[in-house]
Design a protein around this ligand. Structure first.
Ligand SMILES: NC(=O)N[C@@H](CC(=O)O)C(=O)O
Ligand SMILES: [Zn+2]
Ligand SMILES: [Zn+2]
Length: 349
């Protein structure tokens, strides 16, 4: 392939992002709005976004502070609970306010306490979602204390996802932030109705980043980064051109004091260099011709949405680009993700 130095592509979408609320939202939103046409906005706020009315209010709070002239569109999600009502979900979807519903197994990740313990309790909602073609987004990890944290995704597939798939063969499922070879194999084994998001950080770090040479809380996220062979499987999936895989940054900002502590929370803030990292990975894999599919086309197709008409241009610079600055909040900061490799790509317009 010729050595591409310029990528002029349809505006990307971020199919998994945490925009948070309050001052954090104000600070992170301009980054997402600058590089993405749309984003699937995760509902794990405190309190979680459970009803259509909550999502409407959250969407209004986002739209109210969008940078002027921005055409960014937040795609809202509901947080599935064991008491979620199918009628509310259906009305939210059919009115265009709600795009998808997110499953957090109770206790699996940040702000998941109100999540689902018993999947059977949500069958009536899934029945309706299957019928109306509404995507079901899954944080795919079991929470059983007997299961090693590095195995929680693989065990979720076998014990939760496979039975669910048998029960709901037509449900559109997005397996969020895939981190394992088993996850890739599972998605590839599903002929229809199944897709997965991949994060930039899981394409570039393995668990050594977090654990070698001292414990590095800014590389801790969930699902936790796995061994090298899993990272290589994720890179192959992202760059092979298969439409079942698309970008979800899982950008998940936390204040530094909440990460640099005896019990630090999970989440990596990567939105400022997410596209640069992804382009660098595609270049390394000699797959820049598949980049637009991964960041701008595949997700829209799965969600049944048009491709963005705006364009985005990335250029390969001659020198490595500086790391994005940390985010400054009034009383704290959020550390920007350091991919531990040189990035030559930058968004120019
Ligand atoms: N990915 C993370 O490590 N954290 C996310 C939650 C999530 O996506 O599981 C967060 O909200 O902080
Ligand atoms: Zn998650
Ligand atoms: Zn997330």
């Amino acid at each position: 392939m010729t050595h591409l130095t310029r990528l002029d592509i349809a505006m990307p979408d971020d199919w998994h992002v945490h925009l948070r609320q309050g001052e954090m939202l104000e600070q992170v939103l301009p980054y997402t709005a600058a590089h993405f046409g749309r984003a699937i906005v995760m509902p794990n706020l405190q309190p979680p976004v459970v009803h259509t009315a909550d999502a409407l209010a959250y969407r209004d709070s986002i739209l109210a502070i969008l940078p002027p002239n921005s055409s960014f569109q937040p795609l809202m999600t509901l947080y599935m609970t064991e008491t979620t009502e199918a009628a509310d979900v259906k009305a939210g979807f059919e009115s265009g306010v709600i795009t998808a519903v997110k499953l957090y197994p109770a206790g699996a990740t940040t702000n998941s306490a109100a999540g689902v313990k018993d999947l059977e309790k949500i069958y009536p909602v899934l029945e309706v979602m299957q019928e109306i073609g509404m995507p079901f987004l899954v944080h795919g990890e079991v929470v059983d204390p007997q299961v090693d944290i590095f195995d929680r995704e693989a065990v979720f597939i076998e014990t939760k996802l496979m039975p669910l798939r048998v029960r709901f063969p037509q449900l559109n499922i997005v397996f969020e932030h895939l981190t394992t070879q088993e996850g890739v194999d599972y998605v590839l084994s599903c002929a229809t109705h199944t897709a997965a998001t991949l994060t930039p950080h899981h394409l570039v770090i393995n668990r050594n980043a977090m654990l070698v040479g001292g414990i590095k809380p800014h590389y801790y996220c969930l699902p936790v980064a796995k061994r090298e062979r899993h990272r290589l499987a994720l890179r192959a999936a992202a760059t092979c051109g298969d439409p079942r895989f698309f970008l979800g940054t899982d950008s998940a900002p936390h204040p530094v004091h909440a990460k640099e502590t005896a019990c630090g929370c999970a989440g990596i803030f990567n939105v400022a260099n997410a596209l640069a990292i992804t382009a660098q990975v595609f270049e390394q894999e000699n797959a820049l011709d598949k980049f637009e599919g991964f960041v701008s086309l595949n997700g829209a197709a799965f969600y049944g949405l048009p491709v963005n008409t705006e364009r985005l241009v990335l250029e390969r610079q001659l020198k490595p680009q500086a790391l994005p600055a940390n985010l400054k909040l009034s009383t704290t900061e959020v550390q920007a993700f350091d991919p531990m490799m040189d990035l030559y790509w930058s968004v120019v317009s």
